[in-house]
Design a protein around this ligand. Structure first.
Ligand SMILES: [Zn+2]
Length: 238
């Protein structure tokens, strides 16, 4: 009996965690307000997005490739990483890419309470303001949202954006071929695909992600796809 009760409690706890995850961290949950993970499917257009940078040399390698291919992408950057590599952020903006805010520290616990979340937004926007840049898009670190988020974003003039992961194990850097194959399966007209050019706002090897993008782009082009930035895809561009 006792065993069964414990198993039941564990299952209940797992269910509660699952429900909380769905509510606060799922890329698809709209429970805390509009959280677009895809744009209109009318055209074969996708938005490539890169979180957690700038992280060198990978962010610059991606920029080199994308510029060479005449593709504009969206980079959700971490404030403290922007302060580490301001030249990289400046380069992205000057070549027509869009940079969005992805918090200041990227530390999970900072995004759980209104006060610390407000601090993350203030300091993150401040890091961009030092460069004369004012982002209009926000992707929450960990995709973590709390009920206070919509109001705070409104104060900062930020639109929240979700997306779909290129590969659930990207953090462990599987082979570029596997990541590109999975991203290709994920992509459909209007997709917002999430890659990571950094990790947690810290330095990390992202060579496989860079190579995966180089493999994915020609495959999508062969299917007639074009590429755009998230603001344009969602009709948020000013
Ligand atoms: Zn992140």
């Amino acid at each position: 009996m006792r065993k069964r009760a414990i198993a039941g409690t564990a299952a209940g706890a797992a269910g509660a965690v699952g429900a909380a995850y769905w509510f606060m961290m799922s890329p698809y949950s709209q429970a805390l307000g509009r959280f677009p993970y895809r744009g209109p499917a009318a055209e074969r257009t996708v938005a490539l997005t890169f979180d957690d940078g700038p992280n060198e040399p990978y962010t610059s390698q991606l920029a080199d490739y994308l510029d060479d291919q005449d593709i504009r992408a969206t980079f959700f950057q971490v404030g403290k990483a922007v302060q580490r590599h301001p030249d990289v952020t400046n380069r992205l903006v000057s070549t027509g890419h869009v940079v969005g805010l992805h918090g200041y520290t990227h530390e999970f616990t900072q995004y759980l309470r209104r006060r610390t979340l407000a601090d993350e937004l203030d300091r993150g926007m401040g890091a961009f303001a030092e460069l004369g840049i004012r982002p209009t898009l926000y992707r929450p670190p960990w995709l973590l949202r709390i009920p206070a988020l919509p109001g705070l974003l409104q104060e900062h003039g930020l639109d929240v954006v979700s997306g779909e992961f290129c590969h659930l194990l990207e953090v462990a850097q599987p082979s570029p071929q596997r990541m590109a194959a999975q991203a290709f399966r994920v992509a459909r007209p209007g997709s917002i695909v999430i890659f990571h050019d950094g990790w947690d706002g810290k330095s990390a090897d992202r060579a496989a992600t860079v190579e995966a993008v180089r493999l994915l782009v020609p495959r999508l082009r062969a299917q007639g796809y074009t590429f755009t930035t998230v603001d344009k895809l969602l009709g948020l561009a000013v």
